[in-house]
Ligand binder design. Sequence first.
Ligand SMILES: [Zn+2]
Ligand SMILES: [Zn+2]
Length: 343
Amino acid sequence: MKAIVVHGPKDLRIEERPVEAPGAGEVRLRLAAGGVCGSDLHYYNHGGFGAVRLREPMILGHEVSAHVEALGPDVEGLELGQLVAVSPSRPCRTCHYCQEGLHNQCLNMRFYGSAMPFPHIQGAFREVLVAAAIQCVPADGLTPGEAAMAEPLAVTLHATRRAGEMLGKRVLVTGCGPIGVLAILCARRAGAAEIVATDLSDFTLSLARKAGADRTINMGSEPDALTPFAAGKGTFDVLYECSGAAPALGAGIAALRPRAVIVQLGLGGDMAVPMMAITAKELDLRGSFRFHEEFATGVGLMQKGLVDVTPLITHTLPLSEAVAAFELASDRSQAMKAQIAFA
Ligand SMILES: [Zn+2]
Ligand SMILES: [Zn+2]
């Protein structure tokens, strides 16, 4: 069985790994599609991000769909051959945060493809994956590519929940990679009245418009385009900050009206924050990190046709071209979500 293993910056290898047998409550899955995520790219391009560094070879990947190949003992509700979206969120379900229902804050989280703990948590980019049945959400009716979008969609559904009331709100989205564009889809589905999106890439902004942004702004070529929105103490009720870049956060905050909500999704390391404006305009600054129950919610929304993620999937490459897929995914002038087809 082949797996995609990162050894260090720009050192990605396809390696053989043994196939495991499913234990009680587990299933053996044959991988279908895997999306390359920003965090995978950090490991591939830089060997990590912030204080999180690769200290041993790690299988990458956490955005995957698969077909059920074998059921371990005591598994119900899944069928052989069925397409499932596989949640990479593996909380312990026993620590005090899990018991409070804050699974994304689990003290013993084993999220796929993460170098935060050591030994690292190995990822899901492998031809055969043994997973807990409760991680698997049936994805009948979806394509493998759509089902593999359940993870980033869950991230933005969780952020939308963190944002609070959305109906009739004016929304600003800064940073239009996959998370920003999915945030647009979620805000729209939740009833936003107007959505403005910013980025530095005309290509990603074209997909933001397709996803329903009413207006897009290239902050490189129109650096002052948000200024009119800052008049009269600001315009927007909600900011999804998806870039992790301090200039985007600063420009966004200037365009927010008093008592607006900032949802910080972008992970750019520690950022300078204009605290005076947050205080004086009484802004709510809210972090948003991963997800839990939103994973199944997202699969359901896609199955009902209420959220269409297909325009985001710009590239699909076979496993043998994994390195090319990672290079493409790094190029924001032509790629949104690059996926690897495992079968
Ligand atoms: Zn991801
Ligand atoms: Zn826990």
